[in-house]
Design a protein around this ligand. Structure first.
Ligand SMILES: Cc1cc2nc3c(=O)[nH]c(=O)nc-3n(C[C@H](O)[C@H](O)[C@H](O)COP(=O)(O)OP(=O)(O)OC[C@H]3O[C@@H](n4cnc5c(N)ncnc54)[C@H](O)[C@@H]3O)c2cc1C
Length: 593
């Protein structure tokens, strides 16, 4: 059973991702290290003892649509209510609305643990938090006063309604319609698909944020507006009023996250209310809806990245435990009686260490991204701009590298289990099934790569990226200067990977500068992975350099060395694909005709 790795998480936050520096600079105000440790410990306890035991039930039972109502898996409603009673829903929400306004770093760490317990369960609150953020930034005073306190407390949950059957990655073509009313409200008509936790029995009201188009809106993304559309209208005294004209038409049958209802939502077909059209309230300005969504998109993408880290961690724990128990064959050098535990076989040990290294690398990247978000929040002027750019740069990598790691590590976990990995009762298969959605939603990883290459690399004319590369080189230099034999070839391997990253970056920036967009995009995904792998090496090294006196220094150095000498060689091949792959791709295109 999953046990939250609270110490490893705290170590990564403090010694790798930058929390210590933020404390030292007084950036976290009153928040002390003791409180951070206490929050992490309690989030970990809740995830291990309360969420994880119900993860399997959720997978087996799934969410069911019965007479128009969604029934969640046994025990999940109580679990949710225990979770909000613990105050977890409002960790980073503003204090004015009942939140705790804590740093985002703490939040992503807690999210990791809940998602390890059950990704399908944690997904609901993740969507609510996204809705809270969008509403807080763009909602009118009336809207925020009416809806935010109950969303922050968790009494009501929120959803994000973007996708339509013909409008997924490209929202510019969405068709859901909004009509203006004389009283300043709007009526919404249309169909949204794949809406996570669009209907359920956790809360009495569900607050949908819906993208729709006004009749006179310009075409494309500049003609999309954002509306708050509650399941039940809210009376002036805050009590629930009439049912709004929307409903869940059906649930999807999915590969994984079975406990999370994925709903087709119908707005304005006249099923409820005395007049057709779901009543909606404008959030932000007309035709600026996508911009409103984008302000919370970075954090939502990072949240999905945390799902990748979470699954990778849980899958690794399960595989290590199995490999210590299961005996088969005799490993070279095995001196015990009979068969050896499979963990003694070099191939299994290599697999498990690869899983560990990818998990820890993905975690460090994601936490570093959250650190940048926090720093941007508490800084001003040039500093704020620097940290804003850093979080923008790291977000696509945190989302894509971590979610790819979730899938890869979960798959390796099945392999370690042998045939039993393919059998549902071990639970290893669930991790792979659950993990598989994360590279797809919240902007596919292919879309993240386009974002990274075309929008993030050119930040400050490439200077931000060049500055970041210089920081990475400093860490590699510190490894070399440490002269610790335990690092093996780490310093040289890091230098080579950072050079691959720098070369690929220069090539992409000059291709973009020359207007060669197709050539640049041909290697975008390879570049994104190259970036994630190089960062994995560097962040593991930063962890390996930390002297904490916790007795884990040698282990951290050994994992870093393993990653440097076993995983980082891939960066050279990835660089080659970025720099030399485009011509052959164009030439082979007709093969697909
Ligand atoms: C379980 C689940 C939960 C979801 N939850 C929500 C939710 O709560 N709210 C919501 O609004 N949506 C939700 N979604 C929708 C999800 O965000 C979309 O599925 C996702 O954005 C991809 O859109 P699509 O499925 O239409 O794929 P498409 O956009 O058709 O993409 C298909 C493939 O083409 C690639 N592609 C598309 N455009 C480009 C391009 N310009 N350049 C290069 N490659 C491209 C993609 O990377 C992908 O590999 C959910 C989906 C699922 C399955």
């Amino acid at each position: 059973m999953y046990k939250a790795p609270v110490e490893e998480i705290a170590f990564t936050l403090k010694h790798v991702a930058g929390m210590d520096e933020a404390f030292a600079a007084g950036k976290f105000g009153e928040l002390g290290e003791d409180l951070v440790d206490a929050i992490l410990a309690e989030a970990g306890r809740f995830a291990s003892e309360e969420v994880a035991p119900l993860g399997d039930v959720g997978d087996r039972q799934g969410a069911r649509l019965i007479d128009g109502a969604v029934k969640t898996p046994e025990g999940w409603r109580d679990l949710y209510h225990n979770w909000i009673a613990g105050g977890w829903n409002g960790l980073t929400a503003p204090e004015d609305f009942g939140g705790q306004n804590l740093p985002h770093m703490l939040h992503v760490a807690a999210m990791e643990m809940w998602n390890s317990g059950s990704m399908a369960f944690a997904l609901g609150p993740t969507l609510t938090m996204g809705a809270i953020e969008a509403l807080e930034k763009h909602g009118s005073d009336d809207l925020t006063a009416t809806f935010l306190p109950k969303m922050v407390s968790g009494e009501w949950m929120g959803t994000m309604n973007l996708t339509e059957p013909h409008a997924g990655s490209d929202l510019g073509v969405l068709k859901t319609r909004a009509e203006r009313r004389d009283d300043g409200t709007y009526r919404i008509f249309g169909q949204k698909i794949f809406i996570t936790w669009g209907e359920h029995d956790f809360t009495d009201n569900i607050i949908h944020l819906v993208l729709a188009r006004l009749p006179d809106a310009p075409p494309g993304t500049k003609g999309i507006s954002l509306f708050l559309v509650p399941k039940f209208l809210v009376n002036a005294d805050g009590s629930l009023g009439t049912r709004n004209d929307l409903f869940c038409h059906s649930l999807e049958h999915k590969l994984g996250i079975h406990g999370s209802p994925t709903c087709t939502m119908i707005y304005g077909d006249g099923k409820f209310g005395d007049e057709r059209g779901a009543i909606g309230y404008l959030v932000g300005e007309e035709n600026r809806g996508l911009a409103c969504m984008f302000t919370m998109m970075n954090n939502a993408r990072l949240a999905v990245g945390m799902q990748g880290v979470a699954i990778a961690e849980a899958a690794t724990q399960k595989a290590v435990a199995y490999a210590k128990e299961r005996t088969q064959g005799r490993a070279p050098g095995w001196s015990g009686e009979g068969m050896s535990p499979i963990i003694e076989h070099p191939d299994i040990a290599r697999t498990l260490l690869t899983m560990k290294a990818l998990t820890q690398g993905a975690r460090a990247i994601a936490y570093a991204c959250a650190h940048a978000v926090d720093m941007a929040h508490v800084s001003t002027g040039e500093d704020a701009r620097h940290w804003q750019e850093r979080s923008s740069l790291l977000t696509p990598i945190a989302k894509s590298f971590a979610t790819d790691a979730g899938v890869d590590v979960a798959s390796m976990g099945i392999q370690v289990h042998g045939g039993m990995g393919f059998i549902e009762e071990t639970g290893a298969a669930r991790y792979l099934r659950d993990a598989r959605i994360a590279p797809i939603y919240e902007g596919t990883n292919g879309i993240q790569a386009i974002d990274l290459v075309t929008r993030k690399l050119p930040l400050s004319d490439g200077d931000h990226m060049r500055g970041f590369l210089a920081e990475l080189r400093q860490i590699a230099a510190a490894v070399a200067a440490s002269n610790r034999p335990g690092f093996g070839e780490t310093a040289a391997r890091l230098d080579a990977s950072i050079a691959d990253l720098a070369d690929a970056t220069d090539w992409l920036l000059s291709a973009l500068g020359a207007g060669k967009l197709a050539e640049a995009l041909a290697g975008a995904t390879a570049y994104q992975r190259l970036f994630g792998l190089a960062l994995t090496g560097v962040y593991l090294a930063k962890g390996g350099l930390a002297e904490t006196g916790d007795g884990k220094e040698d282990q951290r150095m050994a994992l870093c060395r393993f990653a440097a000498e076993n995983l980082l060689a891939e960066t050279a091949a990835l660089k080659d694909r970025v720099v030399n792959g485009a011509a052959s791709l164009a030439a082979a295109r007709s093969v697909l005709d």
